[in-house]
Design a protein around this ligand. Sequence first.
Ligand SMILES: *Cc1c(COP(=O)(O)O)cnc(C)c1O
Length: 502
Amino acid sequence: MNYRSTRGGSPAVTGAQAIVSGIAPDGGLYLPESFPTLSRSEQEALANLDYAGRALEILSRFLPELPIGELENGVNQGYDPSRWSSPRIVPLVPLTDGLSVMELWHGPTFAFKDLALQVLPHLLLSSLRATGDEREVVILVATSGDTGKAALEGFRDIPGTRIMVFYPLEGVSRIQALQMLTQEGANTSVVGVHGNFDDAQTGVKKIFTDPRWIETLDARRMTFSSANSINWGRLAPQIAYYFSTYFDLAQAGTIGWGDAVNFVVPTGNFGNILAGYIAKTMGLPVNRLICASNRNRILTDLLRTGTYDRNREFFTTSSPSMDILISSNLERLLYLLAEGDAGLIQKLMGSLQTKGAYTLDKTMQGRLNDVFWGGWADDRETTSEIQQTFQERNYLVDTHTAVGLKVYRDYQAATGDTCHTVVTSTANPFKFNQAVAQAVLTPETIQGKNEFELLQSVSTLTGCRVPEGLMSLEHRPILHSKAVRPEDMSATVAEWLKVKEN
Ligand SMILES: *Cc1c(COP(=O)(O)O)cnc(C)c1O
């Protein structure tokens, strides 16, 4: 299967090559030339498999050049139920008659990134073998908090790889920071950046596409790759849970086969929701994709006005994994909506680079609004949504999921749509415990308690168990303490790899 860059300036590659390189040499993102489709009867047959089996069927259609045995091994290891807190991997929880929640956070690092990052290392190694590439892979990651930890867990001590993660020093929750700073593994490194996620992401992209860096690595038989959602190997596994959840709904009789459903997706870099869009393109009956943002509402504004404008204040919120003003994967969506018009994407991305903004024409805006609906919630609304959901449904959600629930409320009020709707729950509530505690505990209960005492208090109140992997963070040694300015990221990588900086 051929993959092309969204900017049209690089040759077509195989899926394996796309996964090895991460980003295209012209700065664009890889997408398959066409999407495989799954008929209703194929979908009904797939529903009889377990999660790993369903994922294998989807993945193998996108990566036909990888040996099926290796793919199978990858999903079986990645979705090994003994490493997940639910044997179903992605369990579905009915909340009301018209609303269900798909819990994407039962993996080893407690956020939805595990769905992709438990499998990506296998895809990458298999892709290297398929392309006859024997270079060592250097993974650079920019994280808004959750990708970093999930990637570190996925790649730790995997032979032939090393991984360096950059995270915004002021932009992650205390628990997220501790998860990364206590990371073990001889091939791992974690570096704080004085800046926000966009600074970290821009820095990493710059290093990836710098011809001098590429040359330096090549000479040392190394190559960069990405574990961010710019890498196709990150996106492809995410498509599977949209199908899987639909199958579960149909098997439970909540919907009939063929009925359309909505998905509400708390969105930052646009990777999760794009996977939903691809599932729709492949034949999954999806009505609307509802894009939920926090106060960094750049995507809501795009959906409502047709203009993407990053010349605005950046806010640090209680849902830090969505504190993003440059949504990388939006570029892929625009390319698909433009039916592969790479010239248009070049123009839009050029405008984003030089002016920090672009405006879609009426056709593009119309196509966007046919499928997507956007809304946002501020921190106060997020807190009250956590509170209300807990009081009314006895169900505890994290801040990101709460943003989704609030935006769904607004969507229903605005449209009256009665389609069954699934909210994607992207993190375990304890991962964002400070904010969750403030929503469900009284100020007196919170006062004077440290992070770990608060975990206990929330657990006692709600009857939800704190995952051992979070509770144990209190006593783990800090193994990484480096912090740099964005302009020093390149030098930091050079020092780590023991090469001379260009
Ligand atoms: C990464 C993340 C998001 C945003 O997902 P994107 O694919 O970047 O849009 C939302 N919630 C949580 C908890 C996350 O970790």
